[in-house]
Write a protein that binds this ligand. Structure first.
Ligand code: ADP
Length: 319
């Protein structure tokens, strides 16, 4: 009987469970056995691998996190580590692997495929939406909604006190999450690692706006664009306006996935399982203009996604 394996790896994101569930149920529907690897590459190396049934993935579509667990595994960055992981799959007769994770996890998968020949299908799972070749990554919508919810609340209190509110969100290298949630949450300024900003000019503008009667100003800053706390001190000094800082932190990672994340993750999970079963390898499934697309795995990990300039422009126009 044919068998495949599934794992989640790297940073967790809401919707990974929905994707894993879809992979498992599709494979079982096709008469293919499924193994679940616990804690990403760490579990692959430690042989922490279990057989999954349809029941194993009951009651998880609505949960954030990942029922398989996830971890970071430095040993997998060595060829010896990858060989060891491969042996644990081979001895169970695993003929293909679905990896749900970010750029790093998919890079690890591409090396595993290249070195051992095991077929790999990747699904982009990260709240950062920074995987090349796809408009969408599993979890980005839920995280953006969580931030917008926080912005709504912070705006109420900012307006009551005529304060400036600075909100630091996740995104070391990618400003997508900050841009998307900043636009949807009506932020006055969105500071991202990809775009230079003029701090003096921003403070001058805010001062003028407050003088003209404005009651609040919301600045969203991606962690990669600077430290929120530090920015708060500078802005308060330069403007003389009461400023507060909120660092949202890991709140952004958790929570029940939105309908969009559940639907897209389910669609991607089905495609991944079917592709692997029919002999495909070295592909990542994602979305482009609302449709499922397949991207070459090596292209995906060897290219850097850039922030859509349309989003940057829109954020400026609407602020
Ligand atoms: P993400 O998948 O969210 O980008 P990481 O970058 O932390 O998260 O990667 C998760 C795991 O993938 C790492 O702990 C490591 O085991 C594996 N990995 C990451 N980068 C590489 C690489 N260049 N070569 C091999 N394995 C990698």
């Amino acid at each position: 009987k044919k068998a495949i394996a599934i794992m989640t790896s790297g940073g967790d994101s809401p919707g990974m469970n929905a994707a894993a569930r879809a992979v498992v149920r599709t494979a079982l529907y096709e008469g293919v056995q499924v193994y679940g690897i616990k804690d990403g590459y760490d579990g692959m190396l430690k042989d922490d691998i279990i057989e999954l049934t349809s029941r194993s993935v009951s009651d998880i579509i609505q949960r954030g996190g990942t029922f398989l667990g996830t971890a970071r595994c430095p040993e997998f960055k060595t060829p010896e580590g990858r060989r060891k992981g491969y042996e644990n799959l081979k001895k169970r007769g695993v003929e293909g692997l679905v990896i749900i994770g970010g750029d790093g996890s998919l890079t690890g998968g591409s090396l595993l495929s290249k070195e051992t020949g095991i077929p790999i299908v990747g699904l982009p799972g990260t709240i950062d939406n920074d995987v090349w070749g796809t408009d969408y990554t599993i979890g980005c919508d839920t995280a953006a909604n969580t931030i917008v919810d926080a912005l709504n609340k912070l705006r109420d209190t900012a307006s009551a006190h005529r304060r400036i509110m600075i909100v630091e969100v996740m995104g070391h290298k990618s400003g997508w999450l900050a841009m998307e949630s900043g636009i949807a949450g009506g932020a006055e300024y969105v500071l991202v690692p990809e775009v230079k900003y003029d701090l003096d000019q921003m403070c001058e503008d805010i001062k003028a706006q407050y003088a003209a009667g404005k009651r609040y100003s919301i600045i969203v800053i991606a962690e990669g664009a600077g430290d929120g706390m530090g920015l708060g001190k500078i802005v308060e000094e330069k403007t003389g306006i009461d400023t507060r800082v909120s660092v949202l932190g890991h709140i952004q990672r958790g929570g029940s996935p939105t309908v969009e994340d559940r639907m897209k993750a389910s669609m991607l999970g089905e495609k991944a399982a079917l592709a692997l079963i029919s002999g495909a390898s070295d592909v990542v499934f994602g979305f482009e203009q609302g449709k499922v697309v397949s991207i070459n795995l090596f292209d995906s990990v060897n290219n850097k996604k850039t922030l859509d300039p349309e989003l940057v422009r829109l954020a400026r126009v609407l602020a």
